[in-house]
Design a protein around this ligand. Structure first.
Ligand code: NAD
Length: 420
């Protein structure tokens, strides 16, 4: 059984890496956080979080004040290296692994026999094996494991331990969720388990790295396909004059049915991205996943067309869009389909757009450039708009009195009024 690790280097201090680094520090581990963005390094060393999560500011401040967490622009020697850098897709939806490759290159000179390298970033199947091969090429003086083979003595350990936290509940889920420890070899998985056992109370399941990579991608592809089904059902209900929220509520009373929530599309930088990693690896097989991506990507345009149609029946239309973030009760705008809806309406023109979102302090640059778009409070939005569209089911919108919406045209793809 592998022993306790006392010094860990975390590469990438974003939504995943920074809470993980601070949590490890809170367990008494010396953590060196490394980020290529100097603003991130400066903020972390000042104990100021750039990741907005409940209770996180206190955890980070304590980690920095005790000296257990410090940030810098370069990685440093450690017993374990944890890579949590972005893995986006390019314009053609091809996986962009350039950040993973750069992070891997940066730790190669620091590795010593027996060290652990954990890839936390979500990656296509086969990436963990590839970075092991890259490290082996960069460090011919060290022994590295190979998939399915018994590792030589003193080999570096390499594993993929994907993250599955929910933004808005990252700290709690970081510890409480079950995790998959995907080792290049069983010894690698065991070494990874020793690291995660220091802060995870959920179950730690050992698997091989290919399986761990696939499990993570399957989780998000499952959600994407199911949301596409719900969005398609919403479109069918609209055509047939059936309330989709009532239909879903009743269908879900079936003991083996659990239809997801429809909405304005799929956002964030995981669910709309990760299925492409599977589609790119097996394009002939991943037909359903590809269709689901198309259905969900088309959803903002569909919703914008519905809102525009409602606005066209009003003179000098003022349209209030409730919600801009990519999902309810978070401040994150990344890949937000609600933002895409407002953007499509602004491009179309012919209406004044009032955006109301309690989680957003200022309009993003992509909307601020339109003089027809303003960020306003709830009262102004309700007082002035003739057309109201609920794009994100923020809790703050649930208290809106339906009487305030009387005489307005209401479009509610987010199901705020349906209580969905
Ligand atoms: N955010 C989530 O909810 C979530 C959930 C599960 C999995 N993931 C996955 O975790 C990974 C990280 O996501 P995130 O949300 O933390 O990203 P992020 O964009 O919030 O942060 C990534 C950080 O990595 C830094 N970085 C880039 N290249 C680097 C390098 N070579 N060395 C050091 N730092 C570098 C960036 O400057 C940035 O600060 C991605 O693969 C993502 O898909 C994210």
């Amino acid at each position: 059984m592998a022993g306790r690790l006392s010094r860990v280097c975390v590469l990438g201090l974003g939504s995943i890496g920074l809470p993980t680094a601070a949590t490890l520090a809170s367990r008494g581990v010396e953590v060196i956080g490394c980020d290529i963005d100097p603003r991130v390094v400066a903020r972390v060393n000042a104990g100021k979080p750039h990741v907005r999560e409940p209770d996180f500011a206190r955890l980070l401040a304590a980690a920095v004040q005790t000296g257990r967490l410090r940030a810098q622009g370069e990685p440093a020697e450690a017993e374990a290296f944890l890579i949590a850098v972005p893995t986006p897709v390019g314009r053609d939806h091809a996986p962009d692994l350039s950040f993973v490759d750069a992070a891997t290159r940066s730790i190669a000179p620091l590795l010593r026999p027996g060290d652990l390298v954990v890839l936390e970033s979500t990656v296509p199947v086969g990436t963990t094996e590839r970075i092991a091969a890259d490290l082996a090429a960069a460090r011919p003086d060290l022994a590295f494991p190979r998939y399915g083979e018994t590792p030589p003595r003193g080999a570096v350990h390499i594993a993929h331990c994907p993250e599955r936290v929910l933004p808005g509940a990252i700290l709690r889920e970081l510890s409480a969720n079950d995790r998959v420890m995907g080792g290049l070899t069983p010894a690698c998985a065991e070494k990874a388990r020793a690291l995660y056992a220091m802060f995870v109370t959920g179950a730690l399941f050992v698997a091989d790295c290919r399986t761990a990579e696939l499990v993570k991608l399957a989780e998000n592809a499952f959600r994407d396909v199911n949301i596409a089904f719900a969005n398609e059902l919403a479109a069918i209900c609209e055509r047939l004059g059936v309330d989709v929220w009532t239909a879903i509520r009743l269908a879900n009373r079936h003991p083996r049915v659990a239809i997801h929530r429809p909405g304005v599309g799929v956002g964030g930088h995981c669910v709309p991205v990760d299925p492409w990693f599977l589609i790119a690896s097996a394009p002939d097989e991943a037909r359903l996943m590809r269709t689901a991506r198309t259905v969900n990507d088309d959803q903002p345009a569909r919703v914008a067309a519905r809102i525009a149609a409602a606005a066209s029946s009003v003179r000098d239309p003022v349209v209030a869009c409730f919600g801009l973030t990519y999902k309810a009760d978070v401040a994150d705008l990344r890949e937000s389909p609600a933002l895409a809806v407002v953007h499509a309406l602004a491009e179309r023109g012919g209406m004044e757009l009032l955006v109301c979102d309690p989680w957003v302090g200022a309009l993003p640059a992509s909307l601020a450039k339109y003089c027809s778009v303003r960020l306003v409070g709830l009262e102004e939005a309700l007082a002035r708009a003739a057309v109201v569209a609920f794009l994100v089911p923020h809790a703050a919108f649930r208290g809106i009195d339906p009487e305030w919406l009387a005489c307005k045209r209401v479009i509610d793809p987010a199901g705020v009024l349906a209580g969905g």
